[in-house]
Design a protein around this ligand. Structure first.
Ligand code: 5RP
Length: 227
């Protein structure tokens, strides 16, 4: 989970903008993905300067970045996040699509447990209407059934394949991921309810009405959206 690649400067600016809002003595949810990793590293720099925080990681990957960055860690069992900082794959009207890193189940738990959820994205993530495939974390045994149900909803399912491993992606929770291409998502709330109702779906990647602020990094600076 590195910060290299396209839009690196935009991601870093968005990350630093959100991290500037973190207050001393607080608990911070630590998101997954390259932009969230930039935020964890920025938080680590503030910790080195004396900031007292504890982080709740949303994945094995986030935990590792936090350890390398020197951010002290805790768990949801011991602390409730005051703020969470996490990335997104698409942002439209304050709603999000997440799960590009297959971490959306724990991300949703931590991000929505926080008093304030700050989203950090580069400008390419802003769209008029969400339309990317929706990641579904599913019980392994349920994957064929869930794929059929996605078809019933008019979508096209694809079991996410692993890279550098034969077979499917296995999540941090031991489940599989079905990416459900459902075209334009004109009513994210209704689709979220339909997907949550599917037996075998542990969690989907639609985050509806949960963002407090969205920090969008641009080439010039940062735009902060307040949904
Ligand atoms: C992981 C996520 C990530 O936040 C999302 O994929 C964005 O990642 P990046 O900042 O690398 O574009 O939802 O499950």
């Amino acid at each position: 989970m590195t910060e290299s690649g396209a839009n690196e400067g935009q991601k870093r600016r968005a990350a630093e903008s959100a991290v500037a809002a973190v207050e001393d003595g607080t608990v911070v949810g630590l998101g997954t993905g390259s932009t969230a990793a930039a935020a964890i590293r920025a938080l680590g720099r503030r910790v080195a300067d004396g900031l007292d925080v504890r982080g709740v990681p949303t994945s094995h990957a986030a935990r590792r970045v936090a350890r390398d960055a020197g951010v002290p860690l805790t768990t949801l069992a011991d602390a409730t996040p005051d703020v969470a900082i996490d990335g997104a794959d698409q942002v439209a009207d304050g709603d999000l699509l997440k799960g590009g890193g297959a971490a959306h189940t724990r991300e949703k738990v931590v991000d929505t447990a926080a008093d304030r959820f700050l989203v950090v994205v580069d400008a390419s993530k802003r769209v008029d209407v969400l339309d990317a495939p929706v990641p579904l974390e599913v019980l392994a045994d349920a994957a064929p059934v869930v794929e059929d149900r996605v078809g019933d909803l008019g979508g096209t399912p694809e079991l996410r394949a692993a890279e550098r491993k034969d077979g499917p992606v296995v999540t941090d929770n031991g489940n599989l991921v079905v990416d459900a291409d459902l075209g334009r998502i004109d009513d994210p709330e209704a689709l979220a309810a339909s997907l949550s109702a599917l037996p075998g779906v542990v969690e989907h990647g639609l985050f509806v009405g949960v963002a407090y602020e969205i920090h969008v990094g641009t080439d010039e600076g940062v735009e902060v959206l307040e949904p």
